[in-house]
Design a protein. Structure first.
Length: 146
């Protein structure tokens, strides 16, 4: 399952988020997991993708301090959610607080996962990184070929 695209939505008065129809069609009837993400975002995965991802984290040595921190920050801040009949999910309050989400959000299809960002946080992130695409692409490409 491949997720792509950028969508702008708002939480409703009950803190529910409508999932865009192009994404909703791919996840209807499946269990979803919303986790604390990186750079201030939340990440949502299908059950299959969450199992793959969490197995990678949990396979790391718990004797390592950084592994324990990663596990606490991500696994302990994950909640199972389901789409309601209107295609909405209810994001738990603690995750909304962690991502500083109040109302307006960006939903990004990221291949195997979906990122959910507070609109202002995402705009700030984009502005800070708008001229780095070529530099980062070159650095990653060189790392792959070395």
């Amino acid at each position: 399952m491949l997720f792509y695209g950028t969508y702008e939505h708002n939480l409703d008065e009950k803190q529910r988020l409508t999932i865009p129809s192009k994404i909703r069609g791919k996840v209807q009837g499946t269990i979803l997991y919303v986790s604390k993400g990186f750079e201030g975002s939340l990440e949502m995965r299908t059950e299959t993708e969450f199992q793959k991802w969490s197995n990678q984290i949990l396979s790391l040595s718990s004797f390592n301090k950084d592994t324990r921190m990663l596990t606490r920050e991500v696994i302990a801040n994950t909640h199972e959610v389901e789409l309601d009949k209107s295609g909405r999910i209810n994001i738990p309050a603690n995750l909304l607080k962690l991502a500083n989400i109040n109302k307006s959000v960006f939903i990004l299809g990221m291949g195997d996962r979906i990122e959910i960002w507070d609109s202002q946080t995402f705009n700030n992130y984009q502005k800070a990184n708008e001229n780095k695409l070529e530099e980062i692409s070159e650095k990653i490409y060189q790392g792959i070929n070395n």
